[in-house]
Write a protein that binds this ligand. Structure first.
Ligand code: GLU
Ligand code: MG
Length: 442
């Protein structure tokens, strides 16, 4: 600390799901922690293709991005020299108030609302799937490597490095494995509090990119590489605690194991899933992944141990009651890494909180293959096919008054304009070509 030859990057995870920021000399940290770095409102309209959509802000306005020393990481080379220092932060107005469109502040606000409405807070964890490009040895990508030791070996150096980077930066590694798809891997983290989990998801994506680049490969989190291919999902695990930190998701006396609060939370999720999908799976090609029989999610259903359910009650491996209560959680599978983890988790928490506020009853757990049922049969079960395009998802989002009440009109308008601009870039491109465009940027 205190040297001026190191750069700290103050960063945010924006609407495009990109980490953007500015660097300053490490020696300036004490002042930057107070005053932040200058930020421009129109930055929020830079989409994932670096095209600025029609901005309500134009060239006007100034903001500050204040780095949070508790939400950072340092990556060191073999000699111990820092090669990358990042601090995530909050965007504030010049008066020091949270900026409406700051994704991290939006999540903090969602967490506050859950506390106000229900006296609850969340424990969360993000599961990430990604694929390696430029595979030097081509060891995987061939058939026979799904979940295999051989497949894991092909990414072992990277996997060890990812775990090392996580552990050295207070992220707790959970699992690393060779996923089903060609050159596809998965890394999971142990759970933490809501804000911490989104901070960690943001940081972990970057750590994976760095670890892959060290092996001269590129990691992509793109939702899907080709229309017929395997999807790269983000699965968000959430459980509820009371203000004393006691886990309250589990009730051994209910059929599903969900407590009353957790059942209403789940009902809020399934009810609002179609209209928050544009925030959870926000690219045009996300909708190629969210189709039946891909182990992703295609309906707004609650499933028990069903990997096609968009909201899944996860199995527990613990045996004693307290450990079960702690482990019991809901997994939201209709997410991908084109989204900012902050917006993803904020939308999930708002939807769940709305379910609690409206005292919604537990959704019926589905067991069938929903894709073989007719629209009438689904409707009778209270289930809908999730939107099948970003355009449709954006329309549902814009039409849902609850979403405007959670996020405010400005955020909804900015989000819609941003995403409409992204769709305009893709206009006329085939699904294959759209996949190719997103592969360049995620
Ligand atoms: N790749 C699947 C997805 O797109 C998930 C596979 C799994 O881990 O169950 O979400
Ligand atoms: Mg997986």
């Amino acid at each position: 600390m205190g040297t001026s030859d190191q750069i700290i990057m103050a960063c945010c995870s924006d609407i495009a799901g990109q980490v953007r920021g500015k660097g300053f000399p490490e020696s300036d940290l004490p002042t930057r922690l107070k005053r932040g770095i200058g930020w421009t409102p129109t930055n929020v309209m830079i989409n994932c293709f670096d095209v600025i959509a029609d901005s309500p802000f134009g060239a006007l306005g100034d903001l500050a991005l204040i780095p949070d020393p508790n939400a950072g990481y340092i990556i060191r080379d073999a000699g111990g020299e820092p090669v990358e220092q990042v601090m995530l932060g909050d965007i504030v107005t010049l008066e020091g108030d949270p900026w409406n469109c700051c994704t991290r502040s939006i999540l903090k606000q969602a967490l506050r609302r859950l506390d106000e409405v229900a006296g609850l807070n969340v424990t969360a964890a993000f599961e990430h799937e990604f694929q390696l490009l430029d595979s030097a040895e081509g060891a995987s990508g061939d058939s026979g490597t799904a979940y295999s030791l051989g497949g894991a070996r092909s990414g072992a150096t990277m996997g060890r490095r990812i775990f090392q980077l996580m552990a050295r930066n207070n992220l707790r590694p959970d699992t690393f494995m060779k996923e089903f798809g060609a050159d596809q891997f998965e890394v999971t983290m142990k759970p933490s509090d809501g804000l911490g989990a989104a901070d960690q998801a943001t940081m972990l994506r970057e750590m994976v990119r760095v670890a892959a680049a060290e092996g001269r490969r590129r990691a992509t989190f793109t939702p899907i590489r080709t229309p017929a291919g395997v999807g790269n999902g983000v699965h968000v695990h959430v459980s509820l605690n009371d203000r004393d930190g006691k886990p309250v998701t589990y009730d051994p006396d209910t059929e599903t194991g969900l407590s009353e609060a957790a059942a209403s939370f789940a009902a809020g999720l399934t009810t609002f899933l179609p209209s928050i999908l544009a925030l959870l799976a926000p690219s045009a090609i996300s909708y190629l992944r969210l189709t039946p029989h891909r182990w992703s999610a295609a309906y707004n259903n609650l499933g028990l141990r069903d990997r096609e359910a968009s909201v899944r009650i996860c199995p527990v491996t613990a045996l004693d009651p307290l450990a079960i209560a702690r482990q019991f959680n809901l997994e939201i599978r209709a997410c991908d890494a084109a989204a900012s983890p902050y917006l993803q988790l904020a939308a999930i928490i708002h939807a769940g909180t709305e379910g609690i506020a409206r005292e919604l009853a537990a959704p019926k757990v589905t067991e069938a293959d929903l894709s073989v049922l007719s629209a009438e049969e689904l409707a009778a079960m209270g289930i809908a096919r999730l939107p099948t395009s970003l355009d449709e998802a954006l329309k549902l989002m814009a039409g849902e008054a609850a979403i405007t009440s959670w996020f405010g009109e400005e955020v909804v308008a900015v989000y819609q304009a941003h995403k409409r601009g992204e769709l305009a870039v893709l206009d006329g491109l085939s699904p294959e070509d759209q996949c190719a465009r997103y592969l360049e940027v995620y």
